[in-house]
Design a protein around this ligand. Sequence first.
Ligand code: CO
Length: 212
Amino acid sequence: METLYRKLLQGNRKWVSKNLRQDPDFFRKLAKRQQPPVLWIGCSDSRVPANEITGTKPGEVFVHRNIANMVIHTDTNLLSVLDFAVTILKVKHVIVCGHYNCGGINAAMSNKYFGGIIDNWLRNIKDVYRIHRKELDAIKNDELRNRKLTELNIIEQVFNLCKTSIIQNAWKKFNTPHVHGWVYDVANGLVKDLNVTVTGKNEMDRIYKIDF
Ligand code: CO
């Protein structure tokens, strides 16, 4: 255990020297400011690191991660990240990136008790299942049904973002961001764009539109 812990610190030193070899000013430039064009909302799963799978560097992606990449309208942590990214940093794109083989999705599809707090979090995924029950129940193969819920959950979280006053305010003031839904396949490393991009109020259910 101790060696693993040390390995992380050694890894950091190696990473610093590698970056300095490529660009001696790498950290000096980053220390000045950040102006990332993208907010990433992903799953906490260790197999889905935002920068690594998109080939981006420090400074390029503002990141929020939680179990199953959820956008819950009472989550002040997520809303604060969203507000800062959209209103202050003025990111051009917000990407919800979920992934297949997601533990959160698997857990939500079961009826197991996971110990308390997490069960309440999973409830939000179960709501997505209920909304799309007809389509999901029609898929008899467990794995395919699981993959479909993963995708539908990402799409619902894209919509949840658009329902916030934060996103709608930004559309009005800056005409940005574009909100996207992506799914990552841990089995082959590829990202698929679900093509559900929302760029303005007219593309959403009218009950959620806010007239400012
Ligand atoms: Co996950």
